[in-house]
Design a protein around this ligand. Structure first.
Ligand code: HEC
Ligand code: HEC
Ligand code: HEC
Ligand code: HEC
Ligand code: HEC
Length: 183
């Protein structure tokens, strides 16, 4: 009987852990500086790839270095606590420790270069309207499930039959094979 009681308790703890995970989902991300995408993209008209430069040539899109921020945020007196934080990182010659928000499981291969530079898919298709944010997102604005990835790849595969040259060539390189993404 004693054994049964323990079994029941372990079961209850397991259920609690599972539902906890289910309810709380991904932990909310708190960034070191309250960076507003809106000001920089909508008002200053900076390009996404001006700060996320690696997106056109690499697997990762990359996050900007402190020096890039300081190019505009150094100099005159500022009353902004957030700008003061950027300068403090600059004085210590440190990179701002930005945290990752979007992350695929390690068994999935994904390259920004292929999608941004070759297929010319807009950042917003996968990331949502980043340009509207006045503070860093605590969670991804939208996430891609396996079916979202495959759905777009299937569309491209079908366009193979009638597409013009470059579209046809791209459609031949797009794949829905498991090992295209799981390597
Ligand atoms: C091309 C110039 C430019 C670059 C590059 C730039 N900013 Fe800005 N930023 C501005 C301007 C202009 C404003 C609006 C006026 C202000 O608040 O200084 C602003 C506003 C801000 C604000 C709001 C300040 C407040 O408290 O109101 C933050 C935070 C900020 N920027 C962070 C950053 C970070 C972090 C980077 C680097 C990733 C960066 N900026 C790169 C020009 C720039
Ligand atoms: C002035 C520089 C700057 C520009 C321009 C800029 N970003 Fe960012 N981006 C940042 C910084 C700094 C962060 C980290 C803080 C945050 O999440 O807001 C970031 C974070 C992100 C992230 C989250 C990455 C992660 O860690 O998972 C995405 C996605 C993103 N940006 C997309 C875009 C898109 C799309 C555009 C154009 C519409 C854009 N960015 C324009 C500086 C910039
Ligand atoms: C086809 C979908 C797709 C497109 C288009 C796309 N991204 Fe991403 N992005 C992702 C995925 C998926 C991740 C997570 C990748 C991982 O964990 O390996 C990611 C991660 C990121 C990150 C954080 C990690 C890193 O790579 O540095 C940034 C920043 C980012 N994207 C910015 C951008 C910007 C800017 C653009 C447009 C120039 C863009 N992305 C276009 C799907 C996309
Ligand atoms: C909106 C359309 C679209 C979405 C969404 C999309 N892809 Fe693609 N993907 C493409 C196209 C088009 C190509 C072919 C580009 C070329 O010609 O090389 C491609 C090629 C690839 C390739 C093969 C080329 C390489 O980089 O090795 C992989 C792997 C891949 N995608 C993974 C993914 C994953 C993982 C996701 C979801 C997180 C995703 N894709 C979402 C359109 C998309
Ligand atoms: C175009 C890219 C792509 C292709 C093709 C693809 N997957 Fe995935 N797969 C993903 C992504 C992205 C994830 C992670 C997101 C998710 O779980 O929805 C994933 C997740 C998974 C997972 C883990 C699910 C989980 O709950 O953790 C399994 C198992 C899997 N895929 C099997 C397959 C098999 C089998 C095939 C071939 C029939 C396949 N995948 C083809 C992109 C792809």
């Amino acid at each position: 009987m004693r054994g049964m009681k323990w079994l029941g308790l372990t079961g209850a703890v397991a259920v609690a852990i599972l539902t906890w995970g289910f309810w709380w989902g991904e932990p909310a991300v708190k960034q070191p500086v309250e960076y507003p995408h809106k000001t920089h993209v909508q008002q200053l008209k900076l390009q996404c790839t001006g700060c996320h430069q690696r997106a056109v040539k690499d697997k990762a899109a990359g996050l900007p270095q402190t020096a890039l921020c300081l190019a505009c945020h150094q100099g005159e007196e500022t009353s902004s606590q957030e700008v003061k934080k950027i300068r403090a990182f600059g004085e210590k010659e440190q990179e701002i420790p930005w945290k990752r928000v979007w992350r695929l499981p390690p068994h999935v291969f994904f390259s920004h270069r292929t999608h941004v530079a070759v297929a010319k898919v807009a950042c917003q298709t996968c990331h949502g309207a980043m340009e509207t944010l006045d503070r860093p997102p605590a969670q991804p604005l939208r996430t891609l499930t396996m079916n979202d990835c495959i759905g777009c790849h299937e569309k491209w595969e079908r366009s193979d039959e009638k597409g013009p040259g470059p579209v046809k060539a791209m459609a031949q390189r797009v794949s829905t094979d498991c090992n295209a993404c799981h390597r």
